[in-house]
Design a protein around this ligand. Structure first.
Ligand code: SAM
Length: 224
C-alpha cells in the first residue's frame, strides 16, 4: 500500500492512498469531518435519544483510528459504557501512525497511543468505561459474529467510486443486520443507490447537510 501524509484544511493530517487516488478523510478538514459526521450526527444523536443507555458501536474501516479517538474523547464526560468494535482489512504500519498529528491537534496523546498499541482481535479496556475491539478482518468476507449487535454503525469505507463492493446491497445488508431496533447507521456518503438500498433494508433514511466541502451525508435509523 502506497501512502502519503497530507495536511487538510483544519490542520489535521489525513492519508492519500496513491494507488486508489483516494484520501482517508475530507481534504476540507479530517478532524472536522469525522467530528461532524460520526460524533455529532451519529454518537451524539443516538445518546440524545437514549441518554441512560450503554452504547455499542461498530466501525467499518479503523484506518488512522481518528473516529475511535474522537469517540473516546466524547465518552470522557459521560457515564454510559461504550463498546467499540472496529474492522480493518488493511491495518496501517506504525511508521505511518506515529507521524499523524491527531494526538497533538486534539490533544489526546495518551488515548492515541493506547488505542494504537492495543492488540488486534482482543477486547481491551481503553478507559474504565470504554472497551475497544479492533478486528483485523475484511468485513465483506469474514464471518460476521451476530452475537454482537450494535446501536450505532460508523460506515467509513473508501468512496463508492473506489470501492463499489462495500456499498453494494449485499454488504449493506450484512452490516445493517447487526443493528438493533432504533439503531443508527451514519456515513459521509449520500449516493442515491446507497439510500435506496438502506430503505429497502427497512431503515428510515435522512439526508443531512454534509461536512465542509460536501453537500450531503446520510443517517439511517432502524425503526422496527
Ligand atoms: C476512508 S478510510 C477511513 C478510515 C478511518 N475511519 C479513519 O478515520 O482513518 C477507509 C478504511 O476502510 C478500510 N477498509 C477498506 N475495505 C475494507 C473491508 N472490506 N473491511 C474492513 N476495512 C476495510 C481501509 O483500509 C481504510 O482504512
Amino acid at each position: 500500500m502506497s501512502l502519503q501524509i497530507i495536511t487538510t484544511a483544519d490542520g489535521s493530517h489525513s492519508l492519500l492512498n496513491t494507488e486508489l487516488n483516494e484520501t482517508y478523510h475530507s481534504v476540507h478538514g479530517a478532524i472536522r469531518e469525522s467530528q461532524y459526521v460520526f460524533i455529532e450526527q451519529g454518537l451524539d444523536f443516538w445518546l440524545s435519544k437514549h441518554p441512560e443507555r450503554d452504547v455499542r458501536i461498530l466501525e467499518v474501516g479503523f484506518g488512522t483510528g481518528l473516529n475511535t479517538l474522537l469517540s473516546v474523547l466524547y465518552s470522557a464526560n459521560k457515564n454510559n459504557h461504550f463498546f467499540y468494535e472496529s474492522w480493518e482489512a488493511f491495518p496501517l504500519g506504525a511508521d505511518v501512525i506515529e507521524r499523524l498529528n491527531y494526538a497533538e491537534q486534539l490533544p489526546a496523546v495518551d488515548y492515541f497511543q493506547k488505542l494504537h498499541s492495543s492488540k488486534w482481535d482482543l477486547k481491551v479496556e481503553l478507559t474504565h468505561h470504554f472497551s475497544l475491539l479492533k478486528r483485523k478482518a475484511n468485513i465483506l468476507t469474514e464471518t460476521f459474529n451476530h452475537e454482537h449487535v450494535f446501536d450505532l454503525i460508523y460506515y467509513d469505507a473508501f468512496a463508492p467510486s473506489k470501492q463499489p463492493e462495500i456499498w453494494a446491497y449485499d454488504a449493506l445488508k450484512r452490516v445493517t443486520t447487526a443493528l438493533t431496533n432504533n439503531g443508527v447507521f451514519v456515513t459521509y456518503c449520500a449516493k442515491g443507490q446507497v439510500k435506496r438500498d438502506l430503505r429497502t433494508l427497512g431503515l428510515h433514511v435522512e439526508t443531512l447537510p454534509g461536512p465542509p466541502g460536501k453537500k450531503e451525508m446520510v443517517r439511517a435509523v432502524r425503526e422496527h
